[in-house]
Each structure stands twice: as C-alpha cells, then as structure tokens.
Design a protein around this ligand. Structure first.
Ligand code: HEM
Length: 517
C-alpha cells in the first residue's frame, strides 16, 4: 500500500519538508512582526533629568535659569528635555541643532506659547512678540520693519533720538561730574526718553508724563513677567490665578492703557497743528494707517497700542542693559577702553558730538559691543519658541506644543566654536567684520536671534545702542568710585542684567566745554 507514513525514508523527507515549511513560516512571521514593529519604533524624546511627579523639574531650577540650563547641558548634551509642570520644554545649545530649529524647520518653530501675564498685557497677544505665527503676525511685522523702522523713517526721527542723547550728556555734565552715577539707570532714562520721543514725535514735550509713567509701568511689567506662574505650567489652573500674577498683569495693563490712550489723544489733537509735520513720530504714522491704510496695512487703535508696547517694553530695557554691559566690560579692560577712546578722538574729534554717521567708522567700539553681546546676550534664551507640529531635531522627537529654549549664552561660549571663549577679546570681531553680523546669518552668533522671529527692532537697536555708548564714552572718562570692585556676574530676568549695578564717576573729555551747555 502506498503510504507515506509507513515508509520510513518518506517519513524523514516529510519531516524535513515540514520542518523547512515551519522555519520559513516562522521566519516570515517574525520578519513581518519585526517590520511592523520597526515601523512603530518611536523616535525617543531627548534625554533629560527626572523631575518630581506633577511638578517635574521645576523645584530644581533655582533663580538663575540660564546657569542651570548650562549646567544641565554639560550633563545631557546639546539637546535635552525638562518637564515643567505639564509643559514639555526642550533646551538646545549647539550651533548644528539650532540650525535645524531656526533655519531648516524655522516655520515649525516660529510659534509661541505666551505666558498668561504677557497675553493680558499685550491685549491678548496683539503685539508682534507674543502673537501667533500667521497672517496677523506677518502684517504687524511688515508695518514695523518695512514702514516704521525703514531707513527713511529712522533717518526722519534721528533728530529726536539725538536730542535725547544730548540731553543726557548735558544733564551728566551739569549735575553729576565727580559723582557716582548708576550707568544702567542713566542708559535706561536716555533710551526710554528717546523711544517716547520717537513715538510721540512733535507732540512730545520734553520729559513727558507719558515717558515717566510708561517707565514705571514697564518696570512693573518686566517684574511681573519674570515671575514663574503656576497658571503657565498648569493651564488647567489658570482660572484660579493662584499667585495673583494675572490680576497684577490686568492692573499693569490698565495703567499702560491709560498712558497709551492719553498719548493717542495728544497725537490726534496735535495733528492739525502747524509745524509738527517734520516731527512726525511713530504714533502719527500708525494713526495714518488707522485712518487711511489699505487692506494690507489698516490697523485698529488696540493694535496700535500693542505695537507701541513692543517698542517700549521690547526696546528700552534690552538696549539700556546692553549699554551697561558694554561700559562694564570696557572699564574692566582699560587697554580696550584706551583704543576705543583713541578711535573716538580720531573719528569724531574732541570738539564734536558723536553723530550716527560716525558709527560705521568706529571699528574698535563696534567690535567691543559685539564681544559684549557674545559674552552677555541680554535675551540669552531668546524669546522661547514653540513647535507648531511634531517633528524631530537631532534625531529626537519634539512633540507639537513643546517649548523650545535656544541657549545662546552656551552657544556663544562653546569652546569648539570660539578660542578662549570666556575671555573678552573684541579683536576676534575685527579681522573679518562681516563674518559675524547681528542678522543671524552665522549660526555661531545670535544675540538678536535668527529666522522669521529675529528681533524686529534690530535696525533701531543697532543705531541706538552704538550712539548711546559712543556718546557716553566720547564725552566722558569713567572711573569706578574709590574702593569699588567691578564684577561682571549676572542675574536672570526677562533681560539678563548685571547682578550689581555699574556705578561710575564721569570727568569731561571734550575740548570745548560749551558743547556740554
Ligand atoms: C540691544 C537691543 C536688543 C536685543 C539684544 C534684542 C534681542 C532680541 C531677541 C534675541 C529676540 C528674539 C529673537 C528670536 O527669537 O529669534 C528679539 C525679539 C524681538 N525684539 Fe528685540 N532686541 C533688542 C532691541 C529691540 C528693540 C529696540 C525693539 C523695538 C523697537 C525690539 C523689538 C523686538 C520684538 C517686537 C521682538 C519679537 C519678534 C517676533 O516675535 O517676531 N527689540 N529681540
């Protein structure tokens, strides 16, 4: 009988065939499973420190966030994550990874996750800095950059800035020769007055109430914004406003609104007055857009107020703090200061004030300012970005809605990019002045950020910063009060300031004392 099973050799063959089939089926199943799983293998989140349940790493961050971030960077590398309450944050500190964020995937990362206090004080994010990326933000930026801060517009209001710088010089000469002055305060009042003057134009009457009032409001706003807010890290608790930060923001917003409304009323009233035409300020310009703008540029009163806040809040403390840092670094390095003074004498002359047309010729001062911004970028974590969709950076997953901090201070001190990174050596910017500009072209140097969200105020900031520093240095020699030791440690805030304010004593430098009158 023909039977497979009875035939031993056949039985062996059948066993072999079955075994082969089993192996093939098993291999195929395994392969399919692995392939399916491979498809599902999740790209991991970046590494990072463990935190506590619920609050995450928040309790361990301390007061100086930027120093803490740099320490963590040494443990976890150039990209790491932290949970702050319910928010996932990623900190990035290498040039290569920053390129992925601000260049390759800039569109994904140019969103914001504004703090509650910022939303309240900017009329719900109607300004540029905290508005959502999209057509509204584009329109506001266009008005700001192409129209308000165009070369023509900045040239037109140069006389207003210049007058405020001169006022400061006169005031120092009359009241403070031989006396110790707080340089940060001096710079702040100069920049604030210049900003108010440019905003109000012909309607500005000297040291206006609006200027003084605004100063107080901005100081309160900066303080309030710098406070860590439970409502930001646990949005579900925002309604309770546990620390009262939202309530304070509303109060600040009401005060700012009052100042802005009275400035707008004054500008409207001054509109018909003859002689104010050449002194047109930003506000007059914006009011014209409100009345006569086309669909691309028409703007409401509330939007005008939000834009003005960006100038006063975004522009004054950043420039003033940088002025203070530059002065501190130069006083700490007398040889560099000497070179800068020699250059000012040669380019400007001791019988003249500094004018904006002198600024591009002040190569040593330019280099000293750039080097100061390398060591002390005042917005050291930029304005935090937020990922609009899930994506990957450095091979790690960055989920949608992650807050991304670009640690520019760490980038600026990266020993792989900078020789003697902790030393103040302005000459590194002298050899090839175009290698590092402020426009974010070289991703090794980003004091004003990069990409779509780069500082909107850059054209004004560059001029004002150099003009104020050059004028203070050209008109006076500065010395520390006897016994005072200069230290350059910093403290965290919205703007990174000197831990101890710089106090210095001026003596006149100009040859013609009438210039100070
Ligand atoms: C030394 C002075 C200044 C420094 C160092 C500085 C730095 C910066 C930085 C680092 C950013 C974030 C950029 C990014 O995320 O890539 C920024 C944004 C911004 N800055 Fe400045 N800034 C200065 C002066 C000014 C001035 C004078 C104004 C206004 C007249 C201004 C208005 C703004 C605005 C509106 C934004 C938000 C831009 C956006 O979100 O699209 N800044 N600034």
């Amino acid at each position: 009988m023909w039977s497979w099973w009875s035939d031993a050799s056949n039985k062996n063959e059948i066993s072999m065939v079955l075994l082969a089939i089993s192996v093939i089926v098993f291999a195929l199943t395994w392969f399919v499973c692995i392939s399916r799983n491979l498809g599902k293998v999740k790209v991991p989140l970046p590494p990072g420190p463990r935190g506590l349940p619920l609050v995450g790493y928040l309790p361990f961050l301390g007061n100086n966030l930027h120093h803490e971030f740099t320490k963590l960077d040494q443990i976890y590398g150039p990209i790491y994550k932290l949970w702050l309450g319910s928010k996932l944050c990623v900190v990035i500190s290498s040039s290569t990874l920053m390129k992925e964020v601000v260049r390759d995937q800039d569109k994904i990362f140019c969103h914001r996750d504004p703090p509650v206090a910022a939303l309240i004080t900017t009329y719900g994010g109607l300004d540029i800095a905290f508005s959502t990326y999209g057509p509204y933000w584009k329109k506001m930026r266009k008005i700001f950059v192409r129209e308000m801060l165009s070369n023509a517009s900045l040239d037109a209001c140069y006389a207003l800035r210049r007058e405020e710088v001169k006022k400061t010089i006169r005031q120092v000469y009359k009241k403070s020769i031989g006396m110790a002055i707080d340089i940060g305060e001096l710079a702040y009042s100069t920049v604030n007055n210049a900003a108010m003057s440019m905003i109000l134009g012909g309607t500005n009457q000297g040291e206006t109430n609006a200027g003084t009032e605004f100063r107080k409001v901005v100081a309160k706003q900066m303080e309030n914004l710098a406070k860590p807010n439970v409502s930001d890290i646990f949005p579900v608790l925002a309604w309770f406003d546990i620390q009262g930060i939202g309530r304070q923001a509303k109060e600040i917003s009401r005060s700012a609104d009052k100042v802005l409304n009275s400035a707008i009323e004054a500008a409207v009233a001054a509109k018909g007055v003859e002689g104010n035409e050449q002194q047109k300020g930003f506000l007059q310009f914006l009011l014209e857009l409100r009345e006569h703008g086309d669909s691309d540029s028409k703007i409401t009163t509330t939007q005008i107020k939000a834009l003005l806040l960006d100038i006063v809040v975004g522009g004054t403390d950043t420039i003033a703090t940088t002025v203070e840092w530059v002065m501190a670094k130069l006083m700490q390095h007398p040889k560099v200061m000497e070179k800068v003074h020699e250059e000012l004498t040669e380019v400007v002359g001791l019988s003249n004030f500094v004018e904006e047309f002198h600024l591009p010729k002040l190569h040593n001062l330019n280099a000293a300012v750039k080097e100061t911004l390398r060591l002390h970028p005042v917005l050291t974590l930029l304005v935090p970005r937020c990922s609009g969709i899930s994506c990957s950076v450095g091979g790690y997953t960055i989920p949608k809605g992650t807050i991304v901090y670009l640690n520019v201070q760490a980038l600026h001190k990266d020993p792989d990019l900078w020789g003697n990174p902790l030393e103040f050596q302005p000459e590194r910017f002298l050899n090839d002045p175009n290698l590092f500009d402020y426009h974010g072209n070289n991703l090794q140097y980003l004091p004003f950020g990069a990409g779509r969200r780069i500082c909107t105020g850059l054209p004004l900031a560059e001029k004002m910063l150099m003009h104020v520093v050059a004028s203070l240095l050209h008109c006076f020699k500065w010395e520390l009060p006897p016994g005072e030791v200069l230290d350059c440690s910093d403290k965290f805030g919205i703007v990174i300031k000197k831990k101890n304010p710089l106090v210095a004593i001026p003596t006149p430098r100009l040859s013609m004392l009438e210039l100070y009158e």
